[in-house]
Design a binder for this molecule. Structure first.
Ligand SMILES: [Zn+2]
Length: 326
């Protein structure tokens, strides 16, 4: 089955901020791709791609897209930096199918990093095809701060016990899992609390000072909301609870799977209202805030991970998967 992309023109700005559309027409199918062509370091890039049978020349093809394979690649400074597999969002009809893929953008890249995206695909085992899409990183400043840890928090941070190492291994095992059928929500996510006071931001550059005079550097992976102990914490989106337990550094913690490779994390709670295996709705109460684990006071730490990497949670409160245009 030979197919040729005849035109790769027609790239234009759509009505959505940052959303760009591209159309590709083959002999018996066409592709429309929608994606955010700009983002800040620490955000993500998502591409929604719909394959459909072409009605060109009145010809009807028997092409189906159930066996379509597609990959999204991100190139930075000319080098392949990250790759992600497209998953099916909806099988619209027998002759049309919508796919989505997302890639996390490093918070260490700057507006000077030259980038582009490449999409590689094949349908029904046909010859591999590929096309490129332009992409721009925007300028963002991050906060730098020094955190003085007391005796108890110094001990937690330095804890290398088997128990803590096993907890880290378990969490990483969850976060590296991208289950293609875990498609729970592609509409904008909610904030996990009514509180608006933020005491720490995504990707703050931190220096931790220990009571023994030593220090280490690290990145703050989430957003901290300063809320009193016992405040309601709710799921930012529909999903499946994949972790609900107490951990050495993060205290009472919940992890929810929302999309293949996309997870939300909630730390330092005083009490949980869900258990592993539960399915939750967006806005459902999953626990109450507290200061368990490594915490200098009551707060909620809310984090998002995409393909293992911490990404800016605020990015997901926008229409990141272009659901508004379906
Ligand atoms: Zn935090």
């Amino acid at each position: 089955m030979k197919k040729k992309i005849l035109a790769s023109a027609l790239i234009f700005m759509s009505a959505f901020i940052f959303a760009r559309e591209a159309f590709f027409t083959g002999d018996d199918y066409c592709i429309s791709a929608e994606y955010n062509d700009k983002a800040f370091p620490g955000d993500a890039v998502f591409v929604k791609m719909t394959f459909s049978q072409s009605t060109k020349k009145g010809k009807s093809s028997k092409l189906e897209f159930s066996n379509a394979n597609a990959f999204l690649q991100f190139f930075a400074e000319g080098k392949l930096s990250r790759e992600s597999t497209f998953f099916t969002v909806s099988k619209n009809t027998k002759s049309s199918r919508t796919f989505l893929a997302g890639i996390p953008l490093s918070t260490w890249w700057t507006e000077d990093t030259k980038c582009f995206l490449k999409i590689i695909y094949s349908t029904d085992g046909a010859k591999k095809m590929e096309f490129e899409l332009p992409f721009t990183l925007e300028k963002k400043e991050f906060v730098s701060e020094v955190i003085d840890l007391d005796e108890s928090n110094s001990n937690i941070k330095a804890d290398s016990s088997l128990k803590r190492m096993e907890q880290i291994k378990k969490l990483n095992g969850i976060l590296e899992t991208a289950n293609p059928s875990a498609v729970y929500q592609t509409t904008p996510f909610l904030l996990p609390t009514n509180a608006t006071r933020r005491t720490a931001f995504f990707a703050d550059r931190r220096e931790y000072k220990y009571t023994n005079g030593k220090s280490t550097t690290g990145l703050h992976y989430g957003i901290d909301f300063g809320i009193p102990e016992g405040s309601e914490v709710s799921a930012c989106a529909e999903g499946k609870v994949v972790l609900a337990e107490t951990r050495v550094t993060t205290g009472w913690s919940v992890v929810i799977e929302h999309l293949p490779g996309l997870y939300s994390l909630y730390y330092h709670m005083s009490q949980l209202k869900v258990k592993e295996g539960d399915t939750v709705k967006a806005g459902q109460v999953i626990g109450f805030s507290g200061s368990t684990g490594l915490a200098t006071g009551p707060h909620l730490h809310w984090e998002m991970r995409l393909n293992m990497e911490a990404v800016n949670p605020d990015f997901f409160t926008g229409d990141f998967a272009f659901s508004g245009k379906n």
